[in-house]
Every structure is written in C-alpha cells, then in structure tokens.
Design a protein around this ligand. Sequence first.
Ligand code: ADP
Ligand code: MG
Length: 318
Amino acid sequence: MMRLCAYDAVLMGSPVQLKLAGHDEKLAANVFRLIKQQENLFTVNRSPSEVMAVNQAAGKQPVAVSAPVFALIKRAREVSLLPESCFNFAIGPLVKRWKIGFQGDSVPPAEEINALLALTDPACVVLDERQQTVFLTRPGMEIDLGAIAKGYIADRVRDYLLQQGCDCGLINLGGNVQTLNAPEGQQAWAVGLKVPFSSPEALIGTVSVSNRSVVTSGIYERYFEQHGRLYHHILNPRTGYPLDNELLSVTVIADNSTDCDIFTTLLYGMGVEKGLAYLAAYPQIEAIFVTKDRQVVLSAPLQFQQLDERYTVTDSTA
Ligand code: ADP
Ligand code: MG
C-alpha cells in the first residue's frame, strides 16, 4: 500500500499542508510554487499584485486584469451585492485600518470607522467585461479578497493535482481544506474542527469527506483583545466593527472551496437560524455552526464524529 506523505510550508501567512499518497517531492514543490504564484495575483499586502494595481488606481482609472482575477472579482462583487449580504469585498479600507492580527491593531475612533464605511460600497467597483478592467470609482477605495482567495487557490491546487494524474490527496491552506480521493483502504478524509481558543491539536470533532472541500471561519483565527473585549477579523460591513452574534465559527462543506469560502462569511453574518433557512435553497452546500454556548448545529446529516464531550451536537434536519 502507498504511504501517505505530508509536506509543510508557510504561505500567505498561514501553515499550508499537502498530503499525497506516496512520496513525490517534485509534485509537492510544484504545488507550493502554484500557491505562491496565485497569492501574487491576489495579495493586498505586497506589490506588485493585480489586485494592488487596481487599489492603487482608485479614483483615477480602470486597470486591466487577467481573466482569472477578473472572474474572481466579478464573483466577489455579485456576492457582496446580495441583499443583506455580510460579505463585502470592498471592505479593504476598514480591514487596513483595524489591522486585526497584525502589529499595531487597536480599536479605531468611531468617526474614522464611519468615514471609512463610506468608501466600502461594492457598487462603486465598476467592471468592464469587454476590456477586462476593474475601476474603483472613489479615491481611497480598496478591494480585499481575503474572504475568498484561499478557497479559490485551494480549487486551483485540486485542478492541478488532477491534471497531473494525482487523484488522491488533500491540501490545507490554513483552515481551507480541499480533498481528492481518500487514501487506499479508507472511505474518506477526517477533517478536524478545532476547539476555539485552545491548542491546535484539540478538536471538537471531525467531518468525513472525499472530493469535497471543508472551510472554517472563526472568531478565534485572528483577533486582538482590548479592555476585555475581543475583536476578530470578520467585519460587519454595515457597522464597520467585527461581526457580533452567537457564533464562534462556521464550517462549510461543498464541492468547491471557493463556494465554501464565500458561504462561511455569508453564513457567519446570518447566525444559526437565518443561516439554516438560507441553506435550504442550496442542497449541495452543508454547514456546521459552533456557538458560544457550545452547540454544534449540523445543517444536514453529515458524517460528524464528536471528540469533545463538552459540546452538544444536533442535526437540524433530524
Ligand atoms: P480566514 O481563512 O483568514 O479566516 P475568512 O474567509 O474568514 O478568512 O475571511 C476573513 C478575511 O476577509 C479578513 O481577514 C479580511 O481580509 C476579509 N474580510 C473581513 N471582513 C469581511 C467581510 N465582511 N466581507 C468580505 N471580506 C471580509
Ligand atoms: Mg471566507
């Protein structure tokens, strides 16, 4: 039987792990190179990236981008314009100001937050399909694909592995997991859900999947504390402050990691009740909500194996 091999790297500021059935140093190196190339298209922290070029031309002129970047921006814009959406890819000015999880993070004055909110209207990002250009119409606007790029890149890794004839494996981009077939002799991959604010090995449980993606977004991923309050990295686009509801995390399971990444943010903003109702229209997308009072709510009869007895697991369809 082929031995499962794990390859580790730190990319996009997070630990990245690739698992392959069998030793293939060259394939692993190519995967990590692909991730870096993709990151260089989307990053908003380092020049030159296509997204940085768009941001730097805010209020000045449209910028031509490559077809994949245009397509991802188009998708992010559509999701941002959904009614009541908590996903907003034009949230850049606020993300930059809060610096959550980076050096110098602190709560900005309310007036500043309000002023920056005026620069986050996704409708002010103008796309020209024929020219493949993106134009931020007001100076100071910035797009931020942080809530979707990792999912997109995980899907590109999957496509690459399949194209190379590799149909068994797993890529974990700091919480964004995409899987191919499980290793020989196993039904599925067991993907762990972390216990919030605990050691990285502590798991609430695992969800079993193959050829599907599992993405988690949680308030314990990146945050800081000030005056006894916790400020995490998913912002409410209507208030400019971190989203505040009953949730600790949302995990989404779907074929594509891009969809998972979008839905974690969308569902995060909705909370358990609205989130479950919303998911009814998307039978191919499943979710696991973890609440502050230790409820684990499954949106569908998932293969969930509980490991931490302090949590109560309920299947909302049962
Ligand atoms: P992570 O995998 O880092 O937890 P998420 O998918 O949860 O990523 O997205 C969080 C990132 O998205 C933030 O770090 C920020 O760059 C950006 N962001 C923050 N708030 C929003 C929002 N309301 N809509 C879209 N993007 C956001
Ligand atoms: Mg996301």
